[in-house]
Structure formats: C-alpha cells, structure tokens
Design a protein around this ligand. Structure first.
Ligand code: AMP
Length: 282
C-alpha cells in the first residue's frame, strides 16, 4: 500500500493505471476508521485497484463545529486500510486541497435544503466541492458511499447526474454496533452514559419501522412515535425526525413506495445521525 500526498502525483498515477486498463474504486473518508469504513473498502475490491482518500475536509465543517476536535489517528488508519487490501491512500494536506485563493464551489440545490442541510448551512457545499475535486484527482470507475449518510448519498447522486460525472456511485449498507448504534467516528466522543443513551437513535427508528409494518402510513404519527422514544432519554436532544423520499429528500405526508426515516440528535457534545429505508407495500 502506498500513501500519496500530492494531487498531481495522484492524478498521474491513476491516469497511468487507467491507460493500462485497470479499474479503480474510490472510497472517500475523513479517517478514524471503523467497520463502516472497512465495509466500503471491502466492497471496492470489486475493482482492480482500491484507492481511499483520507482527508478531514475543513470546508464541510461550519463555525463552532468539531473540525479541530475531529478524531484522527493516521498510523492506525493506515494499518487498518492495508489489512483489507487497500492499494493507495490519498492523504493530502488542507493547503494541497485548498490552495489560496480558492474560489470555486459546487452547490446542489433542493436536496440539500432539509435534514442536515437545515442545521448545517454550507455543509453539503463543502462535501460536493471536495468530492468533485477528489473525482478529478482520482477519476475512478466507481465511488463508494455509506447509506449511514443518506442525504449525502442523495446529494452526490444528484450532482453526478446533473454534471454528467463519469462515475458509478455505489451505496453500502449501514454497519452497526451489536446494540444497534450506527458506527461513526464521532462515537469516540461519547462517555459511558452517553454511549448507552446513543442507542436511542436506532431504537426510535425501529419503533418507526414497527409502526409502518403494522400499517401506519401517516408521517405525523411516525414522527410522534420517534419523539416519544426520545422523551425517555434525557441525555439525548432530538434535532430532527424527517420522513422523506429517498431521491429528493423532500418531506412526505403519506407513506408510499421507498421512504427514508432520518434522525439527528445531540448527545452531550456529539451530533449523531441515523436512518432507515422502508419499502411501504399496500
Ligand atoms: P466519514 O469518514 O465519516 O466521512 O465516512 C466516510 C464514508 O463512510 C461515508 O460514505 C460514510 O457514509 C461511510 N460510513 C460512515 N459510517 C458508516 C457506517 N456505520 N456504515 C456504513 N458506512 C459508513
């Protein structure tokens, strides 16, 4: 496994690999790996070459968010990536990705308006800008994203369509801890009591799923049930519960087809998200 820090070096290497006929899979990450990240890397092994980008992207953090505190452990990450067969890690410095002056951004409308976009203004603009840059630096055949960040996935799919990007977006399922908590680098922030409380996201989504399975089709009822589960967990503050379509991320009142139920909550100083995709059959 090799580690590349310069964008030009990376572009030249991938260009050569592609001219030689190799397929390339890209897994964009911010590091501090867990099984969720590793599952994406394993999925990317369907390509001849697996590239992981490891970059804590300042542009997707707002003022007052956790950019400085974001957990980092490069040595551990490199060992974990190597253990699942990653070939190249792209690990640029912030100045390499955003040389001064940096004046160009990619902005996806509407899909970014609700959910996390509402509480984190500018977040998705940072995500789409860095993913566009990464796909120019590493023109892969396929890029792998987790369903854990469902809105991010929808935003990237929209961008790829709108801008005719020559990449296949592959969605990978959410990897969870044994008690249901979705794996996240941010779980490292949680103290013991907070860690126990954090299962409330998953528990509330299971309650939503149970209601839908028992025939409930009104979004207001699903939302009310999630609120009720959160009321019993004083360490958690629900930021949003949304029932929406899985393509445009628009709220829906009456459930039909494939729908996304997404939650975000603050537990102590950590902001956690989770979601479930439900197929509503009549
Ligand atoms: P991050 O390093 O948090 O930006 O995540 C990098 C990629 O890993 C994103 O596509 C995430 O959606 C994905 N990911 C993060 N956590 C999980 C998880 N628990 N299960 C599956 N994918 C995940």
């Amino acid at each position: 496994m090799i580690v590349v820090e310069q964008a030009g070096d990376m572009q030249a290497r991938i260009g050569q690999l592609k001219r030689d006929g190799w397929s390339v899979g890209l897994v964009p990450t911010m590091g501090f790996f867990h099984e969720g990240h590793l599952s994406l890397m394993r999925a990317a092994r369907e390509n001849d070459v697996v590239v992981v980008s490891l970059f804590v992207n300042p542009a997707q953090f707002g003022p007052g968010e956790d950019l400085a505190a974001y957990p980092r452990d490069l040595e551990r990450d490199l060992k974990m990536a190597e253990s699942v067969g990653v070939d190249i890690v792209f690990h640029p410095a912030p100045e390499e990705m955003y040389p001064e002056p940096f004046l160009t951004h990619v902005d996806v409308e509407r899909v970014t308006a609700g959910l996390c976009g509402r509480s984190r203004p500018g977040h998705f603009r940072g995500v789409t800008t860095v993913v566009t840059k990464l796909l120019h630096i590493i023109p892969a055949d396929r890029a792998y994203f987790g369903q854990k960040d469902a809105q991010q996935l929808a935003v990237i799919r929209q961008m790829v369509r709108d801008l005719n990007m020559d990449i296949e977006v592959v969605a990978c399922p959410i990897i969870r801890e044994p008690d249901g908590l979705a794996m996240s680098s941010r779980n490292a922030y949680l103290g013991d009591a907070e860690r126990r409380a954090a299962t409330v996201l998953h528990r509330s989504l299971r309650e939503a799923e149970r209601l839908v399975e028992s025939g409930e089709r009104r979004a207001t009822e699903i939302e009310a049930a999630v609120h009720t589960v959160f009321k019993d967990e004083p360490l958690a503050q629900l930021e949003y519960i949304e029932v929406c379509d899985n393509i445009g991320m628009q709220p829906i009142a009456q459930l039909e087809g494939t729908i996304l139920v997404a939650v975000a909550a603050k537990i102590g100083g950590s902001r956690l998200i989770d979601n479930v995709l439900l197929k509503v059959e009549d």
